[in-house]
Ligand binder design. Structure first.
Ligand code: ADP
Length: 164
C-alpha cells in the first residue's frame, strides 16, 4: 500500500527546521505532500508562488516530495489528497500546547486523519520562519538557518520587500 503524509505550513520562507521534518516524513511514508496553506488572515511576507518554488527547488531530485497550495481547512485537504496522517514539528512547550488543541479539533472533524509529531533536533529547535524574517529585515546572519539552494533568492526577495 502506498502511504502518504501531509506536512502543512506557511513556509514563509522554508527553513532547515522544515527540511528536518520533511526528511523525517520521507523515512516513514512513501510520499510527503508539503501543503502550503494560504491563510486569508495571515498574508505573509513572501509571495506564495515564491514560497512554493523554494520548497520545490529543495526537493527537485526527490519525486517522493510533492508541493501543493491549498485553501480552507488543513484536515479537509489531507482527506482530499488521501493522506492518512499530518506531520507537525514541535520545538517548544508552547508549540505543544497549541498543536495539541489543533490536533484534537482535527481528530473531531476527520477521525480517520491522525497527526504525528516530530521533536525538533537541538540544532534546529530555535529556528522559526518568524525569526528568519526578522533577520532578513535587519540584516542578521542566516548561516545554517536556510537551505543553501534558496538562501540567495530569499535574501534578494527580502531586500526588494524591505526597500519598497
Ligand atoms: P505554521 O504557520 O502553520 O506554523 P510554519 O511554516 O511556521 O507554519 O510551520 C510549519 C510546521 O513546521 C509546524 O509544524 C512547525 O512546528 C514546524 N516547524 C517549523 N520550524 C521548525 C523547526 N525548526 N523544527 C521543527 N519543526 C519546525
Amino acid at each position: 500500500m502506498h502511504t502518504k503524509v501531509l506536512f502543512p505550513g506557511s513556509f514563509d520562507p522554508i527553513t532547515n527546521g522544515h527540511i528536518e521534518v520533511i526528511d523525517y516524513g520521507l523515512g516513514l511514508f512513501d510520499t510527503v505532500v508539503v501543503g502550503l496553506g494560504i491563510n486569508t488572515s495571515k498574508s505573509g511576507l513572501f509571495a506564495p508562488e515564491d514560497r512554493l518554488e523554494w520548497i520545490r527547488r529543495c526537493y527537485a531530485h526527490e519525486p517522493r516530495v510533492q508541493v501543493e497550495v491549498y485553501n480552507g481547512l488543513t484536515v479537509h485537504f489531507a482527506q482530499q489528497i488521501g493522506a492518512s496522517h499530518m506531520l507537525r514539528g514541535l520545538r517548544t512547550a508552547v508549540d505543544f500546547e497549541y498543536e495539541k488543541s489543533i490536533a484534537l479539533i482535527n481528530r473531531q472533524i476527520c477521525p480517520d486523519v491522525r497527526t504525528l509529531f516530530m521533536i525538533a533536533g537541538p540544532e534546529w529547535s530555535h529556528i522559526s520562519s518568524t525569526l528568519v524574517r526578522e533577520l532578513l529585515r535587519f540584516g542578521g546572519s542566516l548561516n545554517g538557518l536556510l537551505p543553501d539552494a534558496v538562501l540567495p533568492d530569499v535574501q534578494a526577495a527580502a531586500a526588494q520587500k524591505f526597500r519598497s
